[in-house]
Write a protein that binds this ligand. Structure first.
Ligand code: LLP
Length: 437
């Protein structure tokens, strides 16, 4: 006897019918697997939109969706329709956004090592701002602006020296970062001054990002305090004020029943409170807007991946392996970060789950395991569909063709209907870049 599946790991439209079949947005999950094949990424469009709206309502200073979490043309369009801004971190992400018709004036260009080509692409497209990450990039931007006669709007990315999910006295490690300008060394202030004083640049704000899948709020609060101190130092040094502080993304999600991140509303209230207090503490003149850049907490809970079981092996006295038709090529997170997931059989969602088994992928690596110690129905069999909830972020976006496996299709579901937003790769796609002679 084991606990039934935890529906709260799925989009809020998840329902189990009298026959024990699981649906999302009124669409039967196993039916989707039959229709489109597996593996399949399925997104509940209303769940994506609902999460965007909670962010929009709770951060009047602005929300930029971090496209690295999950991006395709349909997603960029959805984000545009919901009125959010978009964080892109490479020329490639920028290209997808622009191809979707995403308004350039709502795009922020990130990246710790942007090439001159990427910077030119972003500036020519008319992005809202470039988030500057290094002195070399400041040089590069000034060269481009001098050449084109343009003035480039920039945020300065700061490394606040705060690590996520840890306590203050052990937070110094976060200064060892390839991102941004170090705060403690004075580089952050120097970069902000330089941007403010340059004829080629217009300093529009400061930025920081402390980490990802963060469930404790104190790290964000400490980062905001450090940002407020920098705002005051900048005011003292230049006499100017700061219009905006962007505290990045990072709010965690519930991958399994053991995860307990705060809701977006609580996170928003804590951040606004901490920032307002910090600005009073330092007696700042500036009244910066507080902006955030969530990726995972918008995309992850809206996504489910569907697989089909291909073989089951009982290794006596050791474990049972349930192998599916995907793996580390469609979800790298278990291998890369030891990330934990759960697995459900969507045709038997109310069944007891007494079998403890390891869900393995199909790649040629022993480490290609998707879910360790999944609890599954005792009668799980070859041919069953298996679903892993909360796989909407950093799954498709980090997918690969390892072992020349074709990448899955992506389907959006809404109001009882499904539609392909990214088609499944074919074997021919695998050789489309090869020189054949
Ligand atoms: N802003 C910046 C500057 C970032 O670097 C990131 C994530 C975000 C926003 C969005 O953070 P989120 O809200 O998604 O936590 N591949 C890893 C996550 C890498 C995150 C990188 N930066 C994973 O699968 O856990």
């Amino acid at each position: 006897m084991t606990a039934p599946i935890d529906l709260s790991l799925l989009p809020r439209s998840a329902r189990v019918d009298a026959a024990g079949r699981l649906s999302i947005a009124g669409v039967d999950l196993a039916g989707l697997a039959d229709l489109y094949g597996t593996p399949l990424y399925v997104y509940d469009e209303d769940e994506l939109r609902a999460r965007c709206r909670v962010y929009q309502n709770n951060f009047p200073g602005g929300v930029a969706y971090a496209s690295k979490a999950f991006l395709c043309i349909a997603m960029a369009k959805l984000i545009a329709e919901e009125g959010l801004s978009l964080d892109v971190a490479t020329g490639g992400e920028l290209h997808v956004a622009l191809s979707a018709g995403f308004p350039a004036e709502r795009i922020e260009m990130h990246g710790n090592n942007k090439s001159e080509d990427e910077l030119r692409y972003a500036i020519d497209a008319g992005v809202a701002r470039i988030v500057v990450d290094s002195f070399d990039e400041l040089d590069r931007l000034e060269r481009i602006a001098d050449h084109d006669g343009s003035v480039v709007a920039v945020h300065v990315r700061v490394t606040p020296g705060v690590s996520a999910d840890t306590h203050e006295h052990i937070d110094t490690g976060a200064e060892d970062s390839k991102f941004g300008f170090n705060l403690a060394s004075g580089d952050a202030l120097a970069a902000a001054r330089r941007a403010a004083e340059s004829d080629a640049l217009h300093l529009t704000g400061l930025h920081c990002h402390i980490g990802s899948q963060v469930s404790r709020l104190d790290g964000f609060e400490r980062a905001l305090h450090k940002m407020a101190v920098l705002v005051r130092e900048f005011e003292d040094a230049t006499g100017a004020t700061i219009e905006e502080c962007n505290v990045g993304g990072g709010l965690g999600v519930r991958y399994t029943s053991n995860d307990d991140p705060p809701p977006i509303e609580q996170y928003a209230a804590a951040l606004h409170d901490a920032f307002a207090k910090a600005l009073i503490d330092v007696d700042a003149k500036s009244k910066p807007r507080l902006m955030v850049e969530p990726g995972r907490s918008i995309a992850a809970p809206a996504g489910v991946t569907l697989y089909r079981v291909g073989t089951i092996k009982h290794v006596p006295g050791i474990r049972t392996y349930v192998a599916v038709d995907g793996g580390m090529s469609d979800n790298l997170r278990p291998v890369a970060y030891g990330a934990a997931y759960e697995a459900f059989v969507p045709t038997r969602a109310t069944a007891d789950r007494p079998l403890v088994a390891t869900v393995a992928g199909k790649h040629c690596e022993q480490g290609d395991l998707l879910v360790r110690d999944a609890t599954l129905p005792a009668d799980i069999a070859v041919g069953d569909v298996l679903a892993t909830p909360c796989t909407g972020a950093y799954g498709a976006s980090m997918a690969s063709n390892y072992n020349k496996v074709t990448r899955p299709a992506i389907v959006f579901v809404h109001d009882g209907e499904s539609r392909i937003v990214v088609r499944r790769e074919t074997y021919d796609d695998l050789i489309r870049l090869d020189a054949t002679s």
